[in-house]
Design a protein around this ligand. Structure first.
Ligand SMILES: [Fe+2]
Ligand SMILES: [Fe+2]
Length: 132
């Protein structure tokens, strides 16, 4: 994803947007490594992505809880599924087989969908109620 496309996935919360952007940047680097057949680099980046994703989930949940986001439970009920699905996909790929272009597209799609369906809702609420 390039910076122009990323605009559509902005929550308006700087810390979250920076973390989401970092995740997409890692995926871009992984795509470049995969295109050069640098299997080791692509796999290293996949592991890095996976750990950054976990850190991001913890931070985002903390932020939602600490500001009293009323739909926290709803969001949380989707986090484990979205993140588990993503993590499972990354971890399986990190252990078995080469990372293909289609894998990176799939990971990017899962991440974009989660942001689009759930994180942006939080951003709208946060901007209206906290960050006025
Ligand atoms: Fe989220
Ligand atoms: Fe997020």
């Amino acid at each position: 994803m390039d910076k122009y496309s990323f605009i559509h996935y902005k929550t308006g919360i700087l810390a979250l947007d920076e973390q989401h952007w970092e995740l997409f940047t890692i995926l871009n680097e992984m795509r470049a490594a995969q295109a050069c057949n640098d299997v080791i680099k692509a796999r290293t980046l996949l592991n890095y992505f996976s750990s950054k994703l976990s850190e991001h989930g913890v931070f985002e949940e903390y932020l939602m809880r600490s500001c009293g986001y009323p739909y926290f439970d709803f969001h949380l009920s989707h986090h484990p599924e979205s993140f588990k699905q993503l993590k499972r996909y990354c971890d399986t790929k990190a252990i078995h087989g080469d990372i293909l272009c289609t894998d990176i597209v799939k990971i990017s799609t899962l991440l974009s969908e989660h942001i689009d369906h759930y994180d942006i809702q939080f951003g709208v609420w946060y901007t209206k109620n906290i960050n006025k």
